[in-house]
Ligand binder design. Structure first.
Ligand code: SF4
Length: 819
C-alpha cells in the first residue's frame, strides 16, 4: 500500500535556508525546506512574515512595504533546486580522465581525494618548474585562487566579470567610485522607487524574469507602483513579459544604439531648458560638461545629436524620444534605470558614460526615487567579511591579471601568432585585454588550467556561459597540459578536465552566513547545512586549503581558523559565527540589537531595511553631506582626462590621481574615447558584418536557468521551458522558416542547431537565444545544446571592460540529423 502525503511528511522537520544561485537574487530568497531522514522531501517559500497570506500588500502598511517586512519568496528555480542535488549527474567522488581517452570524450574513473589533490599540486609544481611562474592560469576572476597564487608565488588570473563591468569602470572614471565597492555608489532600491518615483522607466530589463532581490519581488513593487497610478515604460527590443504585464508603454529600440537615444534626450533637455543647471553647477566638472554639451548640440562637429539624428540610429521615433525626455525632465523624479544588458556589448563603456551624463543633467544622482546612475543595488556596507578565508594580508607575489577573463582562450591561442611574429605584442595585448606589465608577455606560457570553481561551484560552466566563443575555449583547453575543475554537477567544461573534484552544494550542504544584495531587499540569513553532503563531496574552501598545503603554503595563512582536518566543521562554524558577530557589532554601534547567533542559526534573521530610516539611495555622502567626489576635480567628470592622455596607454595597470587601481581598465583601452560618443558599434546592427550575418543576437536570461544551471533539471525542461531561438515573423518568412522548424544559427565563431520560435515579439533584424543552453558538440563541432557562447566573441577593437553578450548571426533551415 503506498503512503499518503501526510504519512510521507510524518516526522519531517522544517529548516530555513537561503538560495545561493548566482542570479541577481543571489542570497536574497529564503526557502523553508522539509527534511526527513536526511533528505529534502519538500520545499515551501519563506513564511517568516505574513504567514498564509497570498498577496502580502493586503495586510501590509506603507511602513511595512518600505521596511521590507515581507517574505523573501524564491522563484521556480529555488523551489525546484532540492531535486537537483539528487540528480544522476551529481559528482560524488573525485574523478580522473579514463586512461587512454581523449579530452572531451567524457570518460572518467573514480580516484581518491589524496590522488586527486596530489596530482593537482604536483602538476602545478611541475609547470612552475618547467615553464615558469606564468604557466598556471585561472580563466575567470577568482579571488580565492588569486590569494592562493599570491601565497605560492606563481600563477596568473583573468580580470573582470560578465555582468556589469562597463558600469563598474565608468563609476570609477566618472565618479571616482571603485567599481567593486558597490556601497559607494549603488542606488536602485525597490522601496525607494515605490515611495518616491513619479514614473518608472525600465530600460533593457525585465524584472519579471531577471532578478534584483528576491525572485520577482522587484516586479511586484513595479506592479504596486503602477496600481498607485505611476506610469511604467519599458524600453526593450523585444516585447518582453514586463512590457506585456507591467507597462503602459513599450518602446522597441535597436539594441546597441541606446546611447544615441540618451544623447538625443540630452539634446532635448538642453534645447528646452529642462536640465538641472543648479545640480550641474554644483556637482559636475565644468570643462568636461561643456565638451559634452558641445558634442550633443553639434557645436564642434556640426552634427546635432537631436531626436531626428537618433531616430535613424535607434529606430525610436523622434517624437517618442522627445516625449520621454520631457516626461523624465518634468515629472520629477523619474525612476530611470538603464540596466546591465544595455552595456553588455561593444562600446558598453560609452553607453554607461552617456547614461551617467544624462542622469547628471537631470540632477538625479542621489535623488530619492530617481534610479541609479550606474549598475544596480543597493549594497550597504554591513561588514560580514569575506567568509573568513584567504584573508591573510600582503604577499610578495602580486598575481598578474593578464587577460580579460572571458578572453582567456584568445590569450592562449593568439600567443603562437605573437611568437611567430604574425601578431605584434601590442596588438595581442589590446586584443586580450592585457592589464599587467607588458614585460611579462615574453614569459607567459600557459600550460595548466586551474578552473577551480570560484566561490559558486554549482553556478559555473564556462564553456557554456562565457561571453566568448565556446569553440575557442575548447581549442585552448586542448592545448593545455593539465586541467582540473571543481563542480557539484557534470557540465560541458568538465568534459575537458583531467581531474574533476566533487563540490558540496553550498546552499544545501554547507553552513554559511549570507548577505543578500541588489534591489533593496537586504537581509542577513543563514544556510544551516540542510542535509549531509553526499558521497565524498567537499567544501570548496577545504579544497583550496588542501591544495595550498600540498604547495607548501602555511594553512593558517589561507584560513586562520584552521586547526586540524578532524575539526574542519567546527573551525568553519567558528569562522561563520565571527562573520555574523561583525554584523552584530555594527548594529550595536547604532543602538540596534539583532538576534544572537543561537537564534540566528535557527532561522531568525536580520532584515537590514528594518533598521534604516529610509530606503537606500547612492551618493549620500557627496550629494547630501557635501563631501567631494573622489575624482581629481572632486566632481562628476563626464570627460576623462585620464583616457585622453595617450602617454598612459599600454603601460600596464592604471591608477587614478589618488593612486587607486582602475579595476576594469585594461592597459590599452582600444578606441574608447575620453567623452562618451556614438558610433555604429562593432558587431552591431549597422556594422559592415551585417552583410554576412544580418541578424543581431540577444542572449537574455530565461526564467528557468541561472546561466546553464538546471539545464538537466527534469522539472524545468520540455513543456516548462523550450530552448528555441526567437525570430521575427518577417525574418523567418524571408528564410522559409516556420514555427518549431529546426534551424541552424551560425557565424564565423560557430554553429548551433535548435528549434525556431517565430514571433512578432522580436524587432525585425533581431533574434534571441536565452543564455543557459549547454554546449553539446557533435564531431563536426555543431553545438546541439545551443549555447549562445558558441556564437559570441570576435570583436577586438573597443575597450575590453564591457562583456560582449551579443553578436551577429545568420539563420537557415537545418535539414541534417538532430543529435
Ligand atoms: S531568484 Fe530564484 S534562483 Fe535566484 S536566488 Fe532567488 S530562488 Fe534562487
Amino acid at each position: 500500500m503506498s503512503l499518503g502525503i501526510r504519512d510521507k511528511h510524518q516526522g519531517a522537520k522544517a529548516v530555513y535556508t537561503t538560495c545561493r544561485c548566482n542570479c541577481g537574487g543571489n542570497e536574497s530568497c529564503v526557502l523553508k525546506a522539509w527534511v526527513k531522514d536526511d533528505k529534502v522531501i519538500a520545499v515551501e517559500p519563506d513564511d517568516r512574515y505574513n504567514r498564509n497570506v497570498g498577496r502580502e500588500d493586503s495586510v501590509m502598511s506603507e511602513q511595512d512595504l518600505i521596511k521590507n517586512r515581507l517574505q523573501r519568496r524564491p522563484c521556480v528555480m529555488g523551489m525546484a533546486f532540492h531535486k537537483y542535488i539528487y540528480h544522476p549527474d551529481r559528482i560524488l567522488y573525485p574523478l580522473k580522465r579514463a586512461p587512454g581517452t581523449e579530452r572531451g570524450e567524457g570518460k572518467f574513473v573514480r580516484i581518491s581525494w589524496d590522488e586527486a589533490l596530489d596530482t593537482i599540486a604536483s602538476e602545478m609544481n611541475r609547470a612552475r618548474k618547467e615553464y615558469g611562474p606564468y604557466s598556471i592560469l585561472t580563466p575567470y576572476i577568482n579571488e580565492t585562487a588569486d590569494f592562493l597564487f599570491s601565497c605560492w608565488g606563481a600563477g596568473v588570473v583573468g580580470w573582470g566579470q560578465c555582468s556589469y563591468d562597463a558600469q563598474r569602470l565608468m563609476a570609477h572614471v566618472v565618479a571616482g567610485a571603485k567599481g567593486f565597492v558597490m556601497s559607494e555608489y549603488y542606488s536602485g532600491s525597490a522601496a525607494d522607487m515605490l515611495a518616491n518615483a513619479k514614473n518608472i522607466v525600465l530600460w533593457g530589463w525585465d524584472p519579471t524574469v531577471a532578478h534584483q532581490g528576491p525572485a520577482h519581488q522587484f516586479a511586484w513593487f513595479v506592479k504596486l507602483a503602477r496600481e498607485r497610478g505611476k506610469k511604467v515604460i519599458v524600453i526593450d527590443p523585444r516585447f518582453s513579459c514586463a512590457a506585456r504585464t507591467l507597462a503602459d508603454q513599450w518602446i522597441p529600440i535597436k539594441p546597441g544604439t541606446d546611447h544615441s537615444m540618451y544623447m538625443a534626450m540630452a539634446h532635448v533637455l538642453f534645447q528646452e531648458h529642462l536640465w538641472d543647471k543648479e545640480f550641474v553647477a554644483k556637482f559636475v566638472e565644468p570643462i568636461g560638461f561643456e565638451k559634452w554639451r558641445s558634442y550633443v548640440l553639434g557645436i564642434e562637429d556640426g552634427v546635432k545629436k537631436d531626436p531626428e539624428w537618433a531616430e535613424v540610429r535607434c529606430a525610436v521615433p523622434a517624437e517618442t524620444i522627445r516625449e520621454l525626455a520631457r516626461l523624465v525632465g518634468t515629472e520629477r523624479p523619474s525612476w530611470l534605470w538603464s540596466h546591465w544588458s544595455v552595456a553588455r556589448k561593444s562600446d558598453g563603456e560609452h553607453m554607461s558614460g552617456a547614461f551617467a551624463a544624462l542622469q547628471a543633467m537631470l540632477g538625479y544622482w542621489g535623488t530619492p526615487g530617481a534610479g541609479p546612475a550606474f549598475g544596480t543595488g543597493p549594497w550597504r556596507p554591513i561588514p560580514i567579511g569575506s567568509r573568513g578565508l584567504m584573508s591573510g594580508g600582503e604577499h610578495e607575489y602580486k598575481v598578474p591579471q593578464l587577460y580579460r577573463s572571458h578572453d582567456w582562450a584568445e590569450a592562449v591561442l593568439l600567443l603562437d601568432k605573437v611568437r611567430s611574429g604574425e601578431l605584434s605584442g601590442k596588438e595581442y595585448m589590446r586584443t586580450v585585454g592585457w592589464k599587467a606589465d607588458p614585460s611579462i608577455l615574453k614569459d607567459f606560457n600557459p600550460k595548466v588550467l586551474f578552473w577551480g570553481g570560484h566561490a559558486k561551484p554549482h553556478a559555473t560552466d564556462h564553456v557554456s556561459i562565457n561571453c566568448s566563443s565556446s569553440n575557442r575555449q575548447v581549442e585552448a583547453m586542448k592545448k593545455m597540459e593539465f586541467i582540473f575543475t571543481m563542480h557539484s554537477i557534470h557540465n560541458s567544461t568538465n568534459l575537458y578536465a583531467d581531474i574533476i573534484l566533487p563540490a558540496r552544494d553550498w546552499m544545501w550542504e554547507e553552513k554559511g552566513v549570507t548577505k543578500s544584495q541588489y534591489g533593496g531587499f537586504e537581509s542577513i540569513n543563514y544556510c544551516p547545512e540542510v542535509v549531509p553532503p553526499p558521497g565524498e563531496t567537499k567544501a570548496w574552501a577545504w579544497v583550496y586549503i588542501k591544495i595550498g598545503q600540498r604547495l607548501g603554503i602555511d594553512t593558517k595563512k589561507l584560513f586562520s581558523y584552521y586547526s586540524t582536518d578532524e575539526n574542519w566543521e567546527k573551525d568553519w562554524e567558528r569562522c561563520q559565527k565571527d562573520m555574523y558577530q561583525r554584523a552584530v557589532v555594527y548594529y550595536l554601534k547604532q543602538g540596534v540589537t539583532v538576534p544572537p547567533w543561537e537564534e540566528f542559526i535557527q532561522g531568525k534573521f536580520i532584515n537590514c531595511d528594518e533598521h534604516e530610516e529610509k530606503p537606500h539611495t547612492g551618493w549620500d555622502a557627496q550629494i547630501k553631506e557635501g563631501k567631494p567626489f573622489r575624482t581629481e576635480s572632486k566632481k562628476i567628470e563626464i570627460y576623462s582626462n585620464y583616457i585622453a592622455d595617450e602617454n598612459k596607454r599600454g603601460k600596464g595597470e592604471h591608477y587614478d590621481w589618488s593612486g587607486r587601481l582602475y579595476d576594469n581598465l585594461p592597459a590599452d583601452w582600444g578606441d574608447m574615447t575620453p567623452l562618451p560618443t556614438y558610433r555604429a558599434i562593432p558587431r552591431g546592427m549597422d556594422d559592415e558584418l551585417t552583410r554576412k550575418y544580418p541578424l543581431f543576437l540577444l542572449t537574455s536570461h530565461s526564467r528557468y536557468r541561472v546561466h546553464s544551471l538546471f539545464w538537466e533539471h527534469a522539472w524545468l525542461r520540455d513543456h516548462v521551458y523550450q530552448h528555441r531561438v526567437w525570430i521575427n515573423a518577417a525574418d523567418a518568412k524571408a528564410r522559409g522558416i516556420k514555427n518549431n522548424d529546426m534551424i541552424m544559427v551560425f557565424n564565423e565563431q560557430g554553429k548551433v542547431v535548435m528549434p525556431a520560435y517565430v514571433t512578432r515579439r522580436m524587432m525585425p533584424g533581431t533574434v534571441l537565444m536565452h543564455s543557459g543552453g549547454k554546449v553539446i558538440h557533435d564531431q563536426s563541432g555543431i553545438d546541439f545544446g545551443a549555447s549562445p557562447s558558441t556564437l559570441l566573441g570576435g570583436e577586438t577593437k573597443s575597450c575590453k571592460a564591457s562583456a560582449r553578450a551579443t553578436s551577429l548571426v545568420e539563420i537557415e533551415r537545418y535539414e541534417g540529423d538532430v543529435k
